[in-house]
Design a protein around this ligand. Structure first.
Ligand code: SF4
Ligand code: SF4
Length: 503
């Protein structure tokens, strides 16, 4: 550790760390654009200039290594003046088109101008250098060259993180701009992280462009269900619709990034949902569907329960309890495993099932093929579209009574004797256990539409019709019981570093 004096206060910081980071750990925010904790330092924007005793010129805090005895001032008159001048320089050719910019409300230029700029422009709009306003860099990212402040975060990301190096800065002076090489668009699988990294509105997401002003949105902390990595995410909502998915920093899981495939896979939450229970295609009330399911299960036929590795731990635990306590003669297996994809060496892992590890910990075996082949009677499918995803297994449902518990309309739902709407992960609290055995909670981002309910609540109601108390109506009580009985699922305690987001 090193002792430094920061704005007159003596602090103990990690020796040999960058000053901008050491200051952030002491709660002192040094304004910056080009610096990002997950990228190589470059020191090109000069916004983090600070005064160091004994050094004649201002130094950039992002490139300065902390030394014992250093006396640093981040708020001196000289620093404040230089920051304002840097802001004026960056805004010299900026179009100031905030009213139509997607970044407005979360823009580094807006925020720092209000804190450190507040100068009057000395140039007219006519004098500003004009550049291209809509450049398709790739399928998902759009560039507005006029808004770019040339911090090069996007360039460094593609060079050092994905290793694809699609972006470069071309030309010189006020004509410098971000571009791609001819015939090599921005197509890497993580390209949309450049939109998050861009501190201004130069890079925008094609999917989110002009969709919603950011100050109207609220966000929930969630976990991506795209693969077994379990990336930490925010789900941003407006008017009870998911508008976008953003990475949530977690150095132990996904760092600062998420992959584009996971990020873009949100439309199914907002569309094609099963909103009401249906019996043979006819809408029925939730009470009636619970009673119907109970009546089908009370006939004494063989019952096969098929769980999915995309269900939350809490729902899987309730289902296990249901099979043991309410239907002791039933068989419970896991099914609906998604086809693997390739491990890309960055975040994406081959197993696309977000909760296979949780299912294993709870003790639900695999083996749907065999179970379906031998089962007679009634089959309860939980988030399993056998007819759509695995038609060879779906064919084995013929002649059986099928009750489908599903969030979306699928081929299996259409063919089921009884279809019961359930909440997606975005509409309920729960947890997934990732490839490393880390159990991570998520919270509801939107209210359930229609009559969808969490699986554990539905099972509780069906059990009540069958004369049993499943004790699964309350989510909190269910989770406590699960944590008590399945020690492998103890919740990951957030790491202190997760809060240290100075990007
Ligand atoms: S496009 Fe954004 S991230 Fe890239 S250099 Fe310009 S301001 Fe920086
Ligand atoms: S790597 Fe996996 S968990 Fe992470 S964002 Fe992509 S699909 Fe989602």
């Amino acid at each position: 550790m090193a002792k430094i004096t920061l704005n007159g206060i003596e602090r103990e910081v990690e020796e040999n760390s960058y000053l901008i980071r050491a200051a952030a750990r002491c709660g002192v925010h040094i304004p910056h654009y080009c610096y990002h904790p997950a990228l190589k330092v470059e020191g090109n924007c000069r916004m983090c200039s600070v005064e160091i005793e004994g050094v004649p010129k201002l130094q950039t805090a992002c490139t300065t290594i902390v030394r014992d005895g250093m006396v640093v001032n981040t708020e001196s008159e000289k620093v404040v003046k230089v920051r304002s001048e840097v802001m004026e320089f960056l805004l010299r050719n900026h179009p100031i088109d905030c009213p139509i910019c997607d970044q407005a409300g979360e823009c580094g230029l807006q925020d720092y101008y209000m804190e450190h700029g507040l100068h009057d422009s000395r140039v007219t709009v006519a004098e500003k250098v004009k550049k291209k306003k809509r450049v398709d860099l790739g399928p998902n990212v759009v560039l507005d060259s006029e808004r770019c402040i040339l911090c090069a975060r996007c360039v460094r990301f593609c060079k050092d993180v994905t290793g694809t190096a699609e972006l470069v800065i071309a030309n010189r002076g006020s004509h410098a701009e971000i571009t791609t090489f001819p015939g090599r668009p921005l197509t890497n699988d993580y390209a949309m992280n450049t939109v998050d990294l861009c501190p201004v509105g130069a890079l925008t997401s094609r999917k989110f462009r002009f969709k919603c002003r950011v100050w109207f949105m609220e966000r929930a902390e969630s976990i991506c269900p795209g693969c077994e990595r379990g990336c930490n995410i925010y789900l941003d909502r407006f008017q009870n619709e998911i508008q976008r998915m953003k990475p949530r920093v977690n150095p132990r899981v996904n760092g600062y990034w998420i992959c584009d495939a996971g990020r873009l896979d949100i439309d199914w939450i907002n569309t094609n949902r099963l909103l009401r229970a249906e019996e043979g295609g006819r809408p029925i009330a939730p009470e009636e569907s619970d009673r119907e399911a109970a009546s089908a299960l009370s006939k004494g036929d063989e019952v096969l329960l098929v769980a999915s590795p995309s269900m939350s731990n809490e729902n899987l635990f309730a289902l296990k309890k249901f099979s043991e306590k309410v239907l002791p003669g039933s068989e419970l297996v896991g099914g609906s495993f998604r086809e693997p994809w390739e491990d890309d060496g960055i975040l994406r892992l081959p197993d696309r099932n977000p909760n296979r590890k949780g299912m294993e910990a709870i003790g639900i075996p695999t083996g749907i093929e065999k179970a379906l082949a031998t089962s007679r009677g009634t089959v309860l499918l939980f988030e399993n579209d056998l007819l759509g995803d695995q038609p060879h297994l779906g064919a084995k449902l013929e002649g059986k009574k099928v009750i489908a518990f599903a969030s979306n309309r699928t081929a299996t739902v259409a063919a089921a004797d009884l279809a019961v709407p359930v909440t997606s992960y975005a509409e309920m609290a729960g947890s997934f256990t990732n490839h490393a055995g880390r159990t991570q909670p998520f919270e509801p981002a939107i209210r359930p539409e229609g009559e969808a309910r969490p699986v554990h609540e539905i099972l509780h109601r069906i059990a009540a019709f069958l004369g049993s108390d499943l004790n699964a109506a309350s989510f909190d009580a269910l989770r406590s019981e699960m944590l008590e009985k399945v020690s492998a699922l103890s919740m990951a305690v957030p790491d202190g570093r997760e809060a240290e987001h100075v990007g």
